[in-house]
Design a binder for this molecule. Structure first.
Ligand code: QAP
Ligand code: CO
Length: 163
């Protein structure tokens, strides 16, 4: 197990598009373990491989209070089930200290592989729906600040660069 370095905005590597995982082998399982350790250490609820500079379609998540509900999504896809959107104050381990409201579809169907490479589907609403969309965006090189006005994004970018 290892704690990995989390890329910080505006690092251009966060703009990389991740490639699908071909096989869930030992190396991918090692990555999952390291990503969970890294996310827990950083007090996060979700982490995409892009954020640790690994450009494969891998996401880890734990929405519980006590890290008792680890979830893995490999090669995730979502289908929007409802046109309705919900606002949520989002944060990101790659943009620590900044939270802004983002609107996203509130009801989606997730299709993915689990940590053993087994395909599953899961209906998502609320925080799970928000978080999976946020994390899939990372795999496409997209960040929550991309949904903000250019002015708000520029302010966050400048403050992050000062750190
Ligand atoms: C993505 O984000 C997310 O600023 C996961 O100082 C967040 O785990 C999806 C974190 C909100 C939906 C809603 C952020 C930790 C963690 C910070 C995170 C910070 C320390 C963010
Ligand atoms: Co994030």
């Amino acid at each position: 197990m290892a704690i990995l370095n989390i890329l910080q905005y505006p690092n251009p590597r966060l703009r990389t598009t991740a490639l699908p995982v071909v096989m869930v082998d030992k190396k991918v399982k090692q990555l999952l373990n390291d990503m969970f350790e890294t996310m827990i250490d950083a007090k996060g609820i979700g982490l995409a491989a892009t954020q640790v500079d690994v450009h494969q379609r891998v996401i880890v998540m734990d929405l519980s209070e006590d890290n008792s509900d680890p979830q893995v999504f490999i090669n995730p896809e979502i289908e929007v089930l409802d046109e309705a959107t919900q606002p949520y104050d989002e944060g990101c381990l790659s943009i620590p200290g900044f939270y802004e409201t983002v609107e996203r579809p509130c009801h989606v169907m997730i299709s993915a592989l689990d940590g053993e490479g087994i395909a599953f589907k899961k209906e998502a609403e609320g925080l799970l729906a928000v978080c999976i969309q946020h994390e899939i965006d990372h795999l496409e090189g997209k960040l929550f600040v991309d949904y903000l006005s250019p002015l708000k994004r520029q302010i966050i970018r400048k403050k992050m660069k000062k750190k």
